[in-house]
Design a protein around this ligand. Structure first.
Ligand SMILES: Cc1cc2nc3c(=O)[nH]c(=O)nc-3n(C[C@H](O)[C@H](O)[C@H](O)COP(=O)(O)OP(=O)(O)OC[C@H]3O[C@@H](n4cnc5c(N)ncnc54)[C@H](O)[C@@H]3O)c2cc1C
Length: 399
């Protein structure tokens, strides 16, 4: 390792040891900028310190609130944070999706207006892409955006708005030229959710969470300056944003901060439920079927983690291109498999729903997590759609 990088590692280690408070280590809440969820204690302190250092968005330019780190330095920072089990100080669609998109397509004024505040976690962002008749066929979206001279006027609805209940801002793909072919009349615009023309109606998820929503726009307005990328060419900009999203789901995000935390060993949890085979010399899981499934998952996950590291190191731009679709599909499979293996290990104890004597908090969480993971192969574009992209754009098969 080059001497400068080794020096950077030591400085980083020292800084993290001094500045990462106990309450920002281990599993726990990671802020995503929502002003409707006030922060306190160690979580607030960690965000303030990391933002001042530019490490909420380590690879963004310093001028826009970033740390200006190289890809190699970013990886060192990740390793050092993992070493002490530090949580990222900030996550969400601001730093991870729309921020990098503005960095790539925004004007200098837009970058100066939006990026520093995103880096400080000032504003929780939602994603306004899907509509009732525009999911996989996203280009069919109908939400209208009309030029009113000094503002944009918006009418229509979005659906499946994650975190809609707590969102402050939403980036929307909208139709600005209804007479043009459907891919040509779309633009990407930033909208304040705290205005009379925006209404949010919660939808309860299967895991019991109700921060998900339908979002209605009834003569809502947006600033004239807040259209990102060229008018009517938002389809390309919006697709690029999806690559940033998929790079997060695929674990290769280098634009914001990759949320990567130590996870408890599945084998340790499983031993608690199924017991160990003492005759095997070293204590190993008694249930051989579970043991074999777990081992396969463990081996594949490690190989996948190495692939992620290699892709991060090799990627020249801030998000890998169509390769993100491969990682999105595989990442979703591992996430689902992990949740299923945990349920298999817990047996009937893995089906707890409500706190009480019968189930521990961890068991209830495992069940709700398992339900949550059903969605990972749907959001950000379904696995079937990713396979279509891989076939056409990666392998080059005909349409
Ligand atoms: C938990 C969760 C969070 C979400 N958060 C957001 C959000 O914050 N913002 C947002 O805008 N959207 C969000 N979504 C919506 C998500 O992007 C869509 O659900 C997804 O794109 C699929 O669209 P759809 O639900 O309309 O399904 P459809 O497009 O109707 O698809 C139904 C089925 O048909 C298959 N299919 C469709 N077309 C093809 C094809 N051409 N080839 C092969 N198979 C096909 C699909 O794979 C799927 O299995 C979220 C979804 C979930 C589940």
């Amino acid at each position: 390792m080059p001497v400068e990088l080794e020096a950077f590692r030591l400085q980083t280690r020292e800084w993290l040891a001094e500045n990462c408070p106990a309450g920002a280590r281990g599993p726990g809440f990671i802020p995503w900028g929502s002003q409707k969820m006030p922060l306190e204690g160690d979580i607030a302190l960690w965000l303030t310190r990391m933002a001042a250092k530019g490490w909420t968005v380590p690879t963004w330019p310093v001028a826009y609130g970033g740390g200006g780190l190289s890809r190699e330095e970013y990886m060192v920072l990740q390793q050092e944070m993992r070493r002490i089990d530090a949580r990222p100080a900030l996550t969400g669609r601001g730093v991870n999706y729309i921020g990098p998109t503005i960095l790539e397509f925004g004007t200098d004024q837009q970058k100066a207006k939006w990026l520093p505040r995103m880096a400080r976690g000032e504003g929780g962002w939602c994603m306004g892409y899907s509509e009732p008749a525009a999911g996989s066929d996203l280009a069919n979206l109908q939400m209208r955006c009309v030029d009113m001279g000094d503002q944009w006027r918006l009418n229509g609805m979005k659906i499946w708005t994650s975190d809609g209940v707590y969102g402050d801002w939403i980036f929307c793909l909208v139709r600005t030229a209804p007479d043009k072919p459907k891919h040509d009349g779309i633009s990407l615009v930033l909208v304040n959710m705290d205005q009379p023309g925006v209404r949010v109606r919660p939808i309860q998820l299967i895991n019991g969470n109700a921060t998900f929503a339908e979002t209605f726009f009834e003569d809502a307005v947006a600033d004239k300056d807040d259209l990102i990328g060229p008018l009517n060419q938002g389809w390309g900009v919006g697709k690029r944003l999806l690559q940033y999203e998929r790079s997060v789901h695929g674990g290769v995000n280098t634009s914001g901060a990759q949320v990567e935390q130590k996870i408890q060993s599945l084998a340790d949890i499983a031993k608690h439920y199924t017991g160990v085979d003492h005759n095997a010399g070293a204590a190993r899981l008694a249930d051989s079927a579970l043991r074999s499934r777990l081992l396969t998952l463990e081996m594949n996950s490690r190989a996948y983690a190495l692939t992620q590291q290699r892709i991060i190191a090799e990627t020249q731009t801030s998000a890998p291109s169509t390769a993100t679709s491969i990682l999105k599909v595989k990442g979703a499979e591992f996430t689902k498999e992990r949740a299923e293996v945990l349920q298999q290990a817990m047996g009937s104890q893995g089906f707890g729903w409500e706190a009480g004597n019968a189930f521990s908090a961890a068991e209830i969480e495992a069940n709700r997590d398992w339900l949550t993971t059903r969605a990972v192969s749907i959001y950000g574009g379904t696995s079937e759609i990713q396979r279509n992209i891989i076939a056409k754009r990666v392998i080059g098969l005909p349409d």
